[in-house]
Design a protein around this ligand. Structure first.
Ligand code: FE2
Length: 407
C-alpha cells in the first residue's frame, strides 16, 4: 500500500482513479478483491470488533430481520444482534474523525460536494439475510470481517431514486415517479458473488441488491450522497425569492369568500410573473457555486493572487490576556489594516500569505479541511483589505494561471 495513492486506487488497486471514473463511476458496479491493508487505514482493525464499535457509538442503531426493522440504543443493539438482527451503525465517522482523512479526498476524486460522504458500519450474523432493496446513495462497501454473498441486478424500474427502497416495506415516497409495481425478489439472472475480508463492492445509486452473511460479518461503508440538481436549483430559487418581500408574505386568503380568493389569485399571478425573471437570469455557474455551498460572488473557479504591492503578515499577539490573531497588510501608502480573526482563519491567512502564485477558492476548499464558510469569510476579508486581488479569468487565464490550473 502506498499512502501517496489516491483513495480510489487504494480501494481498487491496480485500477487507477482515471479508469474507475471512466469505466465504473457512477453507474456500473464493481467487486474488487484484495487484502485489507492495501487501503492503508490502520484503524480499520478496530472496526472488526462489534462491541468496540457499539461502545464508541452514541446515536441510535438500526436492527432488522425478515420481520422488519427496529431502532435501538447502542447498549441494547448487541442483544438484537444475538437474536438474529443485522445492525446498521450510522455515521461512525462522527466518533472516529480520522475517517475524514479518507472521506474528504474521496469526495474530491469523485467530484462531489464536500461533506457528502459518510461512513457507516453493517454487522450481520452468519446466515442473516438483508433482503432485496436499493439505496439512494452510492456505496463503497468494504468487508472487514467474515464472508458475504452479494446478489446484484440493475434497476430497470426506477432511475435516480430520491429515497432508498426496501421490498419488505414499500413506502409512498417513490409514487410520484414510479408507476409500475416493483419486484419482490431478485431476478433469476442477477449476478452472485461471494466476498471476503478486504474485498470492496462499489454499488451504484439505486442498484438492486440482496446479501446473505455466510459467516459473522462486519462491513464499513463509505456512502456518498451528493444531493440532486433538484435540491440545488430549489435552494437557488429560494435564495432569490427570499429577497422579495411578497414571497415572504404569509399564506393568507386561500380559503374564504370568492372575492378573497380572487384577490389571492391576482396577487399570485403577479408574483409568478416575477419568478420567470429570477429563473431566466440563473446561470450554470450559480448552480455549481450553490452545490459547493459557496456564495455566488465566490465561484470555486474564481482566481485570486497575493497583491504584489502589499506585504502581509499574520501575527498572534497577546491582547488583554488572551491570544488574538491579527492580519497586517502594509501598502505603499503607509496603510495598516488590522483584522481580528480566529486561530483557524489565521492558519488559512498564513497559507495564502505564502502562496507565490494564483489560487482558486475551489483549490483551497479541496486542500484544507475547513468549513467553506470560513474560507469564504477569510477570502472576503483579505480582498477587502487589499491583501489579495481577483484575477480576471477572461483576460488573464493564460501563462501562470494556466500553469496553476494544470498543476
Ligand atoms: Fe444496501
Amino acid at each position: 500500500m502506498n499512502r501517496g495513492q489516491s483513495c480510489l486506487e487504494r480501494l481498487f488497486y491496480p485500477i487507477d482513479s482515471g479508469e474507475f471514473l471512466a469505466k465504473f463511476w457512477p453507474s456500473r458496479p464493481l467487486l474488487w478483491r484484495g487484502a485489507l491493508d492495501r487501503i492503508g487505514l490502520p484503524y480499520l482493525t478496530q472496526l472488526t470488533d462489534l462491541k468496540a464499535i457499539l461502545a464508541m457509538s452514541r446515536g441510535p442503531v438500526k436492527g432488522w430481520n425478515q420481520a422488519g426493522s427496529v431502532n435501538s440504543s447502542p447498549e441494547r443493539a448487541l442483544g438484537l444482534y444475538e437474536t438474529g438482527h443485522a445492525l446498521y451503525v450510522p455515521r461512525i465517522d462522527r466518533y472516529l474523525p480520522e475517517l475524514g482523512e479518507f472521506l474528504r479526498p474521496l469526495e474530491r476524486e469523485l467530484g462531489v460536494p464536500r461533506h457528502s460522504a459518510h461512513c457507516s458500519i453493517f454487522a450481520a450474523a452468519a446466515n442473516s439475510v438483508i433482503p432485496m432493496h436499493f439505496d439512494m446513495d452510492f456505496g463503497f462497501n468494504i468487508l472487514l470481517r467474515g464472508r458475504k454473498i452479494w446478489k446484484l441486478a440493475p434497476n430497470e424500474h426506477v432511475l435516480n431514486p430520491l429515497v432508498s427502497h426496501d421490498t419488505s416495506r414499500p413506502g409512498p415516497d417513490l409514487q410520484p415517479y414510479v408507476k409500475e409495481t416493483l419486484p419482490q425478489t431478485m431476478p433469476k439472472n442477477c449476478s452472485t458473488d461471494e466476498a471476503g475480508p478486504g474485498d470492496v463492492y462499489f454499488l451504484p445509486r439505486g442498484y438492486w441488491h440482496e446479501t446473505k452473511a455466510v459467516e459473522d460479518c462486519i462491513a464499513l461503508e463509505f456512502a456518498v450522497t451528493p444531493g440532486t440538481w433538484l435540491d440545488v436549483v430549489l435552494d437557488e430559487i429560494r435564495a432569490k425569492l427570499l429577497l422579495r418581500v411578497d414571497w415572504r408574505e404569509s399564506v393568507l386568503g386561500v380559503r374564504g369568500t370568492p372575492t378573497t380568493i380572487c384577490h389571492t389569485f391576482e396577487s399570485l399571478r403577479e408574483m409568478l410573473a416575477g419568478i420567470s425573471e429570477d429563473i431566466n437570469t440563473m446561470t450554470a455557474e450559480d448552480l455549481v457555486a450553490r452545490a459547493n455551498h459557496v456564495p455566488r460572488d465566490f465561484s470555486p473557479l474564481t482566481w485570486f493572487r497575493r497583491n504584489p504591492d502589499k506585504a502581509m503578515t499574520v501575527e498572534i499577539p497577546e491582547i488583554r490576556g488572551r491570544s488574538q490573531s491579527v492580519v497586517k497588510v502594509f501598502g505603499h501608502e503607509d496603510g495598516l489594516f488590522v483584522s481580528d480573526i480566529t486561530e483557524e482563519s489565521a492558519s488559512l491567512c498564513r497559507r495564502i500569505s505564502e502562496e507565490p502564485g494564483p489560487f482558486t477558492l475551489g483549490g483551497l476548499l479541496d486542500e484544507l479541511d475547513l468549513e467553506p464558510q470560513t474560507i469564504v469569510q477569510v477570502i472576503g476579508a483579505l480582498e477587502e483589505i487589499g491583501a489579495i486581488i481577483r484575477c480576471d479569468s477572461t483576460t488573464t487565464y493564460t501563462g501562470e494561471i494556466a500553469d496553476a490550473a494544470q498543476a
